[in-house]
Write a protein that binds this ligand. Sequence first.
Ligand code: NAD
Length: 244
Amino acid sequence: MHQDFMPPGIVVLTGAGISKESGIDTFRDKDGLWTRVNVEDVATIEAWRRDKKRVLDFYNDTRKSLRAAHILPNAAHKALAKLEQKYDGEVTVVTQNIDPLHEMAGSKRVLHMHGRDGEIRCMNCGTVTASDEDLTPQSICSHCKAVGDLRPNIVWFGEMPQHMDEIDEVLDRCGLFLAIGTSGEVYPAAGYVLQVRRHNPRAHTVELNLEPTGNTNLFREHIYGPATLTVPPFVDRVLAYGWK
Ligand code: NAD
């Protein structure tokens, strides 16, 4: 299709809520991860420097729980893969999740802004490698051979999210912005709805969440309920009628 006739892009920001019905806990709900673990103990660079074993054990366990056989993409992940496949324009999923459920459902354009499970990074040489091995404080970088500098390639609190330039570009050319299952409390993701509206005041913005978030007033349309029940009909609506 010629670029001039390309329909407007769609950007879908997803958070922990979209994977909740696949069996992965969110962060901030009442049964969420942060009610059981202290952020400062496991999800900061200072925690890793202070007690590498504790942090690495936490992520080794997290990886195993995300890879459990019963953790599968749900109807919401699958509907987004269908949207990408059937929509004539560009569909990009920008996810805050580290789980692989969007890819397992069939989505191809997925930007993991907080990193992804199954990758490790060397703090000495910066090399990122795909790996499902358990890390220990004695693990050796296969590239520079440094000992004890390997960590999960996950963005910790206080660190710069990944793919920022690419995310800015897709946000600036989108005509439809969806936020699904995200509490709107973590920046920069929480600011994306405003960024879209400032750049393109005619863009349509939709919040699909279990309940209203602190960001609710920034969206033009709101759809509340479990993602498996709200996302598939919304996708069918967009594919059939668009969003005008
Ligand atoms: P969050 O825990 O802050 O918020 C989750 C939101 O999802 C809440 O607003 C909640 O009401 C909503 N929600 C819960 N169940 C839902 C459902 N069934 N359908 C629709 N909405 C539902 O999560 P967040 O905003 O993504 O916070 C950001 C951080 O959480 C990110 O850094 C992300 O990496 C991390 N996280 C990721 C995973 C994962 O990879 N699956 C799991 C937990 C946390």
